[in-house]
Design a protein around this ligand. Structure first.
Ligand SMILES: *Cc1c(COP(=O)(O)O)cnc(C)c1O
Ligand code: SF4
Length: 345
């Protein structure tokens, strides 16, 4: 079985109906499609709201773009000093070596840049310039490989990248943002893991998953292989309407990460990517969901809820209500929502 990439293949596998073929062909002209064998197998064809299908099977609503949506929702281009590098924060850069993914998420924030019609893979010359930039900027403590999904690269290419980073003394941390352990767990083999560890630097892997069902036994085993080899894992999820915007699903997702030794890191508010308004909920709804996790599930399971500020200003934490002042005291709420007073200093 191989990755499904065309509307025809989706129809043949019962993921869209033959009557939808025309409109989904139109979506395919704009946005890349890929559903890996592991994710195709996980979809429940009998559930019209299956949370795995909603993430990967294209829908006609993607053709509708709203005025506030933008092609570069988080402003990568505004902070790209050389091709393939995004340098928004002083001590860390994104290195986008590939713009290909093993699956294409329908809500992707970089959907205008990824896929066969996207920005492609960095040329050898562009890669040289990107490494030269990292080497020249001594304030860069961490390099974050993202894209696209860097783990689609072969172990040979990955270990080349890691060896080049190994030679840059001021880089101490290499972080990968990926969906591979979940969507293509068989790819996480000894050769790939050896490549990730090739630099002798500290390797972090941020795993992108949005629904607890994605943490299949095979996915959990892939993560176990990474963690056992000394990679530190953290999570990254997007809060998505109809997929994980309820307290039980979010709690189960965060617990599944912790059980898998993946520390919950970020829960992203959805970005203003074109054709994704059907996935967006309000900030108040998001804030209420996140506040509901506190106390209800272990502190280990708490993600930080963040919003990428449109235009390239970076991430802002959307915290549940902080302490307010009442009767000259700080008013704080416990996990049941009951207010208590704390004296000022
Ligand atoms: C999100 C992001 C990072 C990583 O931010 P952390 O808060 O360290 O996870 C780094 N650079 C850019 C451009 C980003 O968008
Ligand atoms: S894996 Fe990431 S970059 Fe690729 S389509 Fe999904 S959200 Fe976009």
């Amino acid at each position: 079985m191989s990755t499904l990439r065309t509307p025809r293949e989706l129809a043949d596998r019962d993921l869209i109906s033959p009557g939808q073929l025309g409109e989904i062909e139109r979506v395919a002209e704009h946005y890349a499609i890929a559903i890996s064998p592991a994710m195709a197998a996980l979809i429940d064809r009998n559930d019209p709201n299956d949370p795995i299908a909603l993430q990967f099977v294209p829908q006609v609503s993607e053709l509708m773009t709203t005025p506030e949506e933008r092609n570069d929702p988080i402003g990568d281009l505004a902070h790209s000093p050389v091709e393939g590098i995004v340098h928004r924060y002083p001590d860390r850069v994104l290195l986008k070596a590939v713009h290909v993914c093993p699956v294409y998420c329908r809500f992707c924030f970089r959907r205008e840049m990824v896929g066969p019609q996207g920005l492609g893979t960095l040329s050898p010359d562009a890669l040289d310039r990107a490494f030269a930039y990292i080497a020249e900027h001594r304030e860069i403590w961490e390099v974050i490989l993202t894209g696209g999904d860097p783990l689609v690269l072969s172990p040979r290419r990955l270990s080349e990248l890691m060896q080049r980073l190994a030679s840059i003394e001021h880089v101490k941390i290499v972080r990968f943002h990926t969906r591979v352990p979940v969507v293509e767990p068989e790819r996480v083999d000894a050769a790939l893991i050896a490549a990730l560890r090739a630099s002798g630097k500290t390797t972090y892997v941020a795993l992108h998953a949005n629904h607890p069902r994605e943490l299949t036994p095979a996915a959990r085993e892939a993560c176990a292989r990474l963690v056992d080899s000394g990679v530190v894992m953290i999570s990254q999820s997007v809060l998505l309407k109809g997929i994980n915007d309820d307290p039980n699903t979010l709690a189960a997702l965060m617990r599944a990460f912790v059980e898998t030794r993946v520390k919950p890191y970020y829960l992203h508010h959805p970005d203003l990517a074109p054709g994704t308004s059907h996935f967006r909920l309000s900030l108040e709804e998001g804030r209420a969901l996140v506040a509901g996790l506190r106390g209800r599930i272990s502190g280990l399971c708490q993600p930080t809820y963040v919003l990428d500020i449109p235009g390239g200003y970076g991430k802002a934490v959307i915290s549940p209500d902080a302490a307010s002042m009442r009767d000259g005291c700080y008013a704080v709420s416990d996990f049941r929502g009951v207010e208590h007073l704390y004296p000022p200093a």
